[in-house]
Design a protein. Structure first.
Length: 427
C-alpha cells in the first residue's frame, strides 16, 4: 500500500526537469562520481550521485519506459518494495546534501538534487522525513501564529542587543527598529550573531531598515515540502508588505536566500513585489560606495572563505564576499577548488540539524576539512549558519585549529566606527 502511494506521490512531483533527469538523461558515464563529497569521503560507490539516483530511476523506469514495462530484467527496472522505500529516508535526507556539485560536472546536467528533493517531498508526505526537520518547519509556522503574543518578549530581547550596537558605534541613539515602516526589511536567523553585526552596519550608514519579527530559515525547503515552504515564506512577504519595504534583505543563510530569491517567484506564480538581496550584496555595495570605512589591519589572522552552495553555486554570489573579506583583512587565501566548484561543507540540506547522522556528517565533511587545512588559514569566513556550525565542528574533530566567523562579524571587527543612523520612529 505504502509503495503505491509513494509512487503516486513521487510522480506528482514530476516536472520536465525531474522527469527527464530521472528517466532519460543519464548515460552512466560516471563523471559525477568524483564530484560528490559524499563519495570522496566514503569511497563507497553506492553513495555516488549516479548510484543514488539509479535507485529511484529503476523504479520510475518500470512504469515510464516502454521497454521496462515489457522486459524489466533487460533494463534493470524494478518495482518499488517496502524494504527499498524504508531505505530512501537515508538515501535522500542523509546521503545527499542537494549541493548541486554533481550537476555542474555532469555532461548531461542530470538534476540529481532535484530527484532527491522529489524523493524528500514524497517521504515527507508519507511521514517518513526526519522528525527534527518536520518540527523545525512547524515551529516557524507556530511563530507566526504566536507573533502577537511574543511581540513584547521579542522587543525586550532586541532592546538588550541594541546596547551592543550603541557601544560599538559610540552612539547612544543607535537602534534596532523592529517591524516598522522602512525601505529594507532585514530577516535574520536565530541568534544575536545574525542581528547585531548587520544592525551596526545599517546604523553606521544611516540605512532605512527594520528587523523582521521572523527568522529567515525555511525547513520546508529541506523537507521538499513546497506547500509548507510557501507558507513559511509568505510570513515574510506579508511582513514586507506591512512595513512598506522595497527590499527584503536575507541574513547570512544559504537555503533561505535560494528560497526567497529563486524559488518564491516560482511558488507564487511570478516576480515578487520586492527586490530580494543577500546581506552580502548590501555590505558590498556600502563598501564600494565608500559608506563603510574598514581597517583591514584589525584582522590579524589569515582568512579563507567557504562558498555556501546555495549562495555560490546556486546563487552566483561569489565576488561580493571576496571583495568584502579583502577590504576587511590583509591575508586572504582561496580554498582550491572554489566558487562554482567549491565542495559542500557536508552540513547542507538540513544535515546539521539532524543529530542522528552526526557521525556521517563529520565523516563526509572531511573533504572540506582538508581544503581548509591546505590554505593554512587561521580564520574561516562563511555566509551561512549551517556551514558555520559544520566547519566549527570539523575544526574540532579534525584538529584544524581555525576560528569560524560570518561575514558581518568580520566586517564589524574591522569597522572604523561612526554612526549616521536615522532617529528611531516611535514604536
Ligand atoms: S555524470 Fe551525469 S550522465 Fe554521467 S553518470 Fe553521472 S548523472 Fe549520469
Ligand atoms: S547534490 Fe551534492 S551531495 Fe548530492 S549527489 Fe550531487 S554532489 Fe553528491
Amino acid at each position: 500500500m505504502n509503495t503505491k502511494v509513494a509512487l503516486q506521490e513521487l510522480e506528482s512531483r514530476f516536472n520536465r526537469l525531474v522527469g527527464t533527469s530521472a528517466t532519460n538523461l543519464c548515460t552512466h558515464c560516471g563523471w559525477c562520481i568524483e564530484a560528490c563529497h559524499v563519495y570522496l569521503a566514503t569511497r563507497d560507490p553506492a553513495l555516488s550521485p549516479v548510484a543514488k539516483t539509479e535507485r529511484v530511476r529503476k523504479v520510475l523506469r518500470r512504469s515510464h519506459d516502454w521497454l521496462s514495462k515489457i522486459f524489466p530484467f533487460w533494463t534493470g527496472a524494478e518495482d518499488l518494495t517496502e524494504e527499498e522505500l524504508e531505505k530512501w529516508t537515508e538515501l535522500a535526507f542523509r546521503s545527499c546534501t542537494l549541493c548541486e556539485r554533481c550537476v555542474i560536472n555532469c555532461p548531461m546536467a542530470v538534476e540529481t538534487p532535484q530527484i532527491m528533493a522529489a524523493v524528500r517531498g514524497t517521504l515527507t508526505s508519507l511521514g517518513k522525513a526526519p522528525e527534527i526537520l518536520d518540527q523545525l518547519a512547524d515551529a516557524a509556522l507556530a511563530r507566526e501564529e504566536a507573533a502577537d503574543a511574543m511581540r513584547e518578549f521579542y522587543l525586550e530581547q532586541i532592546k538588550g542587543l541594541e546596547k551592543e550596537v550603541q557601544d560599538k558605534l559610540g552612539d547612544p541613539k543607535a537602534c534596532i527598529p523592529v517591524d516598522q515602516e522602512a525601505d529594507m526589511l532585514y530577516v535574520p536567523l536565530s541568534g544575536a550573531h545574525t542581528i547585531v553585526p548587520p544592525a551596526i552596519l545599517f546604523n553606521a550608514v544611516g540605512a532605512s531598515w527594520t528587523l523582521s519579527m521572523f527568522e529567515v530559515s525555511n525547513y520546508g525547503v529541506f523537507l521538499g515540502d513546497i506547500p509548507r515552504a510557501k507558507r513559511i515564506t509568505e510570513r515574510i512577504l506579508k511582513e514586507a508588505e506591512r512595513v512598506k519595504a522595497k527590499e527584503i534583505i536575507v541574513g547570512e543563510c544559504g537555503h533561505a536566500y535560494a528560497a526567497l530569491k529563486w524559488e518564491a517567484p516560482k511558488w507564487f506564480g511570478g516576480p515578487l513585489k520586492f527586490k530580494v538581496r543577500s546581506i552580502l550584496e548590501v555590505i558590498d555595495e556600502y563598501l564600494r560606495e565608500g559608506r563603510l570605512k574598514l581597517d583591514p589591519s584589525k584582522t590579524l589572522d589569515s582568512v579563507t572563505y567557504h562558498d555556501p552552495c546555495n549562495l555560490g553555486r546556486k546563487g552566483g554570489i561569489f565576488e561580493e564576499p571576496r571583495r568584502i573579506i579583502k577590504a576587511a583583512s590583509t591575508d586572504f587565501r582561496e580554498m582550491r577548488p572554489n566558487r562554482a566548484e567549491s565542495f559542500c561543507c557536508g552540513g547542507g540540506g538540513g544535515l546539521v540539524a539532524n543529530l542522528d547522522w552526526e557521525d556521517f556528517r563529520i565523516k563526509t565533511g572531511k573533504v572540506k576539512a582538508d581544503q581548509v587545512r591546505e590554505t593554512g588559514s587561521k580564520l574561516v569566513v562563511t555566509a551561512c549558519d549551517n556551514c558555520l556550525h559544520q566547519i566549527q565542528e570539523l575544526s574540532e574533530h579534525y584538529g584544524l585549529g581555525v576560528r569560524v566567523s560570518n561575514v558581518g562579524q568580520l566586517v564589524v571587527n574591522a569597522l572604523i566606527a561612526e554612526s549616521r543612523r536615522k532617529t528611531r520612529k516611535a514604536a
